[in-house]
Design a protein around this ligand. Structure first.
Ligand SMILES: [Zn+2]
Length: 189
């Protein structure tokens, strides 16, 4: 009987892991799709810039980045930042992050980069910052409902993160206590 109990437990654990993995893969696929879309937009902007430069060449005119290409360049800056953010989300799904100095993919829990040795600081909670900005932003009446939805989503995200943090620090404490017990036992021997 016990054997089947264990078997059942193992099977449901395996299911949990698989379901979790499938969810992560779906999320990663979505993120990668978005990244692809943004890259296409950037390529379109590159094309626009190229055309403008060539037109200037045909007309034998000077081109100024500030005057002629500012709009496209700013758009690319914004899109690149978005891609950066999505890539970070992709890494987080795999429990990875980027080293702040050498940008190598490292473990999320690494306090020092195994590649270059750089100390990793915890990132400030970006959502909190965005939430504050959003709350202080005036929007048109017809956008108010949309704003409220985004605010609620952000608040949920922040809460989830805080709960995860708490869980993790509890786990760390447990591990610490267990290792203390172990060393005490060793001393007695
Ligand atoms: Zn590094």
């Amino acid at each position: 009987m016990e054997f089947f109990d264990k078997l059942g437990k193992k099977a449901s654990e395996a299911y949990k892991v698989t379901a979790d993995k499938t969810g992560k893969i779906a999320k990663e696929t979505k993120l990668k799709f978005k990244i692809g879309e943004l890259r296409t937009q950037i390529n379109d902007l590159y094309e626009e810039i190229g055309k403008k430069v060539y037109e200037k060449h045909v007309r034998e005119e000077e081109i100024s980045i500030k005057k002629d290409l500012e709009e496209q360049c700013t758009k690319i800056d914004v899109l690149s930042d978005e891609i950066d953010d999505l890539l970070k989300q992709c890494l987080a799904l795999k429990d990875k992050k980027q080293c702040q100095k050498c940008y190598k993919e490292i473990d999320k829990e690494d306090k020092f980069c195994p590649n270059c040795g750089e100390r990793q600081n915890n990132e400030p909670a970006k959502e909190v910052e965005i939430l504050d900005n959003l709350k202080n932003t005036q929007v048109k009446e017809d956008k108010e409902a949309q704003k409220q939805i985004v605010i609620e989503e952000l608040e949920q995200d922040i809460q989830e993160k805080e709960e995860n943090q708490e869980e993790k620090s509890n786990l760390e404490k447990t591990v610490e206590i267990e290792s203390n017990v172990e060393s005490e036992e060793n001393e007695e021997e």
